[in-house]
Design a protein around this ligand. Structure first.
Ligand code: ZN
Length: 241
């Protein structure tokens, strides 16, 4: 059954990387060569031929409805305002991050890896929150390009203020409109960026567990325990090695 438009779990947070200079949002997956998102309307693609979100695959635009759970998941990055990424050959990239608050326009399913996360076929960004290190000009560029309010202060109360302000502005009518409206076609920069990724797919460097920062190890361990507790039969391909 479809969730009521104002059902709390329709609204939620996503973490993004920010491409410096161009100030575009990149998905944090496949990093550092991550896909660029060119519009405030984010559509999921499924290479498996399923209607997203499907129980047969993990595809979807992922988000976390609860701000505390979002902070549990990636608060470390929100606090430091950037993510250090390991490429092949141990090359390190440091990219600023952004969080978006948005609404799921279509059907919603639970994520299969992160217990608190949800996934949908279409997520509309309602506001972006960036670290205070992102200057006014850059914030203006993000605002102009994505046509959403941009605030700074990921660690303060800005996030909860954004959540309560924005979630009350979306009407049932808006939600239907978002669900039907196709995302803005990607511009030249986005096409080029994403084409480059396809030509030269980035093979993520997966460091050994012992090389991960303590807090990440703790997070993985905690998620593993919770999965054991709540999901007794996890598909083999999703099990933590
Ligand atoms: Zn899929």
């Amino acid at each position: 059954m479809a969730l009521h438009p104002h059902h709390a779990t329709r609204f939620g947070w996503r973490l993004w990387l920010l491409l410096p200079e161009y100030w575009r949002l990149l998905t944090p997956h496949g990093r550092p060569k991550a896909a660029m998102c060119s519009s405030s309307l984010v559509d999921a693609r499924c290479p498996h031929g399923n209607a997203v979100p499907s129980s047969d695959c993990a595809c979807g635009v992922h988000y976390i409805a609860d701000l505390d759970a979002f902070r549990d998941y990636c608060g470390h990055y929100l606090d430091q305002g950037h993510m250090e990424l390991f490429g092949q050959d141990y090359q390190t990239w440091r990219l600023p991050i952004a969080a978006t608050f948005g609404v799921a326009c279509g059907p919603v399913e639970r994520d299969r890896k992160v217990l608190d996360a949800l996934r949908t076929d279409r997520y509309r960004i309602l506001a972006a929150v960036v670290p205070t290190t992102i200057d006014g000009d850059a914030q203006q560029q993000i605002r102009r390009h994505y046509r959403v309010p941009v605030l700074d202060g990921l660690t303060g109360s800005a996030c909860s203020a954004v959540a309560s302000a924005m979630s009350s502005t979306v009407s049932e009518h808006d939600l239907q409109r978002y669900a039907q409206q196709p995302a803005t076609p990607p511009d030249e920069l986005t096409l080029q960026w994403n084409a480059t990724i396809q030509r030269r797919p980035f093979r993520a460097f997966v460091p050994p567990r012992s090389a991960l920062p303590q807090h990440v190890q703790a997070m993985l361990e905690r998620d593993k325990q919770r999965r054991r507790a709540f999901i007794p039969e996890l598909p083999a391909e999703l099990a933590t090695p």
